[in-house]
Design a protein around this ligand. Structure first.
Ligand code: URA
Length: 487
C-alpha cells in the first residue's frame, strides 16, 4: 500500500492488489485516527505496498470496531466493485459516530454492503460446487488442474476449502485474476491465467458426466430450478453441462421408463465411486463448521451432504425451517415420503397433526424452528411405494453434525424431541419416551430437552377413543412447551 498527498488535500491509498485487505485495514485505521473524512480519500489497487507515507497516528488514539464488521468487511473486500474499499472506509468512519449503524438495514451504505457480502458468499459457494479438476500426468507426476471464472476476487479466500477437501491431491485452480496451487502441504498463489491454459478433457470429466447422469431424476425435472442452481454462465466450463439439453429433451420419455422400473439399490460400483470421491473426514468437520456461518449457508451445504449413504436414494436433503432466532426448536425423526418430495419438514400426515396441535396450543409454527434428526428419507421400496424405515444409530450420528449446527445458529431456549430418534440424537443415548414424556432433561451444554412422542404415533392408533386421548396428551405437552416459550 502506498499513500500520496493529493492537490485537493486528501489521500490516495495504493493497495498492493485487489485482495489487499490487510493493507486497507492499516491505512483505514490510520486515516480514521487522523480524522481524514471519506470524501478526502481515494482508494486504488494498482500500487506497491508502502506504509511510509501515512500520517503518524496521534499519540494515545485508539479505534474500537466490532470484530463482526471486520470479518464481514473482509468478505466484501473480495467484491469486484472498484468502489468497495471506499465504501468500507465510509462505513468505518460512520461506525465511530453510529456504533449501531450496521443494524440499520435501510441505510443505503449498509444495504450496499449487505448485497455485496451476499454476492461474494454466493460466488464462493458456486466455486465450491462448480470447480472441476482435470488430471494431468501419472504416478509421481500426477496433478489436477481446474479452470474457473468467478465473479469476484475469491480465489485466495476459497483456496483453504479446496485444500481441506482435496488434501491428498496436488492441484491448481486457474482463474482470470489469480491461481492457487496446493502441493499436498502448502498453498501458493500466482497470477491469473487465460482460458486456454488448462489441459484438455480427460477421464475425470467422464466421471462427472456419469455422476450427473446418475443423479438426474427426469420425473422431478424443474428446468428453472436447475438453471438457478447451475446458472448457464457456468455451463461452458462444466463437463456434465453438455448433457443438459439432451436430458431435458428426453426427460418425459425417461420419466415414463423410470416409473415402470422397480426401484433398485445403488450398484456396488456407484458406492465405490462415491466413497472414493466424496469422503468426509472428521478432521474436516471443525473447519467446515466455520465455513457456514448462517442457516442459509448451512442449508445450502447440506444439500450436498454425503456423510452417510442415505442421500443416494432420497430425492433431496430436507433441512430445518424457521427463523434463525427461534426460541424453540422442534426435532422430528426423518422426512417422510411427502417431505422428501417437497423438500420441507413436517408437511405430510404427521405434519398436519403437528400443525393442528401447535395451533391449538397457541404456538405459531412460523415462529419456531422445525427440523429432523436425520435429513434424508430412509425407505424400503415396495413396488411403487416407499415405506418408511427407521434410521440406525450410525445414520443418526452422521447427521447429528447438521443438527448441532442448526442448534448453534438458532441458539434456542429449549429444544423439543419429538420421539425416540430425536431424543437419541439430542442426548446421545436412547431414552424411554413413553415413561419420560413431558419431562425435561438438561444436556451438558445446558440446553433443556423437552421429551414427547412423535406425532405419527397418534396416526398409528386405530381406536378412536385412544387416538383422541393420545392427541389430548400431546396437546398438553405442547401447552407445556408454550409455557417454556413465555418463561
Ligand atoms: N416425520 C418426521 O419425523 N419428520 C418429518 O419431517 C415428517 C414426518
Amino acid at each position: 500500500m502506498q499513500t500520496a498527498m493529493l492537490p485537493f488535500d486528501g489521500w490516495t491509498v495504493h493497495l498492493a492488489g485487489e485482495t489487499d485487505f490487510a493493507g486497507w485495514r492499516v491505512a483505514a485505521r490510520n486515516l480514521v485516527l487522523n480524522d481524514v473524512p471519506p470524501e478526502s480519500t481515494l482508494w486504488n489497487v494498482s500500487g506497491t505496498s508502502s506504509l511510509a507515507d501515512l500520517p503518524a497516528v496521534p499519540a494515545g488514539a485508539g479505534l474500537n470496531v466490532p470484530r463482526s464488521f471486520i470479518e464481514r468487511a473482509e468478505a466484501v473486500s473480495c467484491h469486484a466493485d472498484p468502489q468497495r474499499f471506499a465504501l468500507l472506509y465510509r462505513l468505518l468512519w460512520r461506525i465511530r459516530e453510529e456504533p449501531q449503524l450496521m443494524k440499520i438495514a435501510s441505510d443505503p451504505d449498509v444495504r450496499r454492503f449487505e448485497a455485496m457480502e451476499k454476492s461474494v458468499r454466493r460466488d464462493i459457494h458456486k466455486m465450491r460446487a462448480f470447480v472441476r479438476f482435470r488430471k494431468i500426468g501419472d504416478g509421481a507426476a500426477e496433478r489436477y488442474v481446474a479452470w474457473f471464472e468467478p465473479q469476484h476476487f475469491i480465489v485466495e479466500r476459497n483456496a483453504p476449502f479446496f485444500a481441506r477437501r482435496f488434501t491428498g491431491m496436488r492441484w491448481t485452480i486457474l482463474t482470470p485474476h489469480a491461481s492457487a496451487t496446493w502441493d499436498g502441504v502448502s498453498m501458493a498463489f500466482g497470477p491469473g491465467a487465460a482460458r486456454r491454459d488448462p489441459p484438455p478433457e480427460d477421464a475425470t470429466e467422464d466421471l462427472w458426466r456419469t455422476y450427473f447422469q446418475s443423479i438426474f431424476n427426469p420425473a422431478r425435472l424443474k428446468v428453472k430450478a436447475m438453471q438457478s442452481e447451475m446458472p448457464k454462465k457456468y455451463w461452458r466450463n462444466l463437463p456434465e453441462a453438455s448433457l443438459i439439453p439432451q436430458m431435458i429433451a428426453h426427460a418425459e420419455e425417461a420419466a415414463k421408463e423410470m416409473v415402470a422400473r422397480m426401484p433398485t439399490s445403488p450398484s456396488p460400483h456407484h458406492a465405490r465411486v462415491q466413497a472414493k470421491h466424496w469422503p468426509i473426514r472428521e478432521s474436516q468437520a471443525a473447519a467446515e463448521e466455520a465455513e457456514y456461518p448462517s442457516i442459509e449457508e448451512t442449508r445450502e451445504a447440506a444439500r450436498h451432504c454425503r456423510r452417510c449413504p442415505l442421500w443416494r436414494d432420497a430425492t433431496q436433503t430436507v433441512f430445518g425451517e424457521g427463523p434463525e432466532g427461534a426460541r424453540i426448536v422442534f426435532v422430528g425423526e426423518q422426512p417422510g415420503d411427502r417431505e422428501d418430495i417437497a423438500g420441507k419438514p413436517f408437511v405430510g400426515p404427521a405434519g398436519q397433526i403437528f400443525d393442528a396441535v401447535l395451533e391449538e396450543a397457541g404456538i405459531d409454527r412460523l415462529k419456531v424452528y422445525v427440523t429432523n434428526a436425520v435429513k434424508h428419507f430412509k425407505f424400503e421400496p415396495r413396488g411403487k411405494r416407499r415405506i418408511h424405515s427407521k434410521p440406525n444409530a450410525g445414520e443418526i450420528r452422521a447427521c447429528r453434525w447438521w443438527l448441532d449446527r442448526e442448534l448453534a445458529l438458532t441458539k434456542p431456549d429449549a429444544v423439543v424431541a419429538l420421539g425416540a430418534t430425536a431424543a437419541q440424537s439430542l442426548l446421545g443415548k436412547a431414552v424411554p419416551i413413553t415413561r419420560m414424556r413431558g419431562g425435561i432433561i438438561e444436556r451438558e451444554d445446558g440446553l433443556p430437552v423437552f421429551l414427547t412422542i412423535h406425532p405419527s404415533f397418534i396416526l398409528r392408533i386405530r381406536e378412536r377413543e385412544d387416538k383422541e386421548a393420545e392427541r389430548q396428551r400431546f396437546l398438553d405437552d405442547m401447552k407445556a412447551v408454550r409455557k417454556l416459550m413465555r418463561a
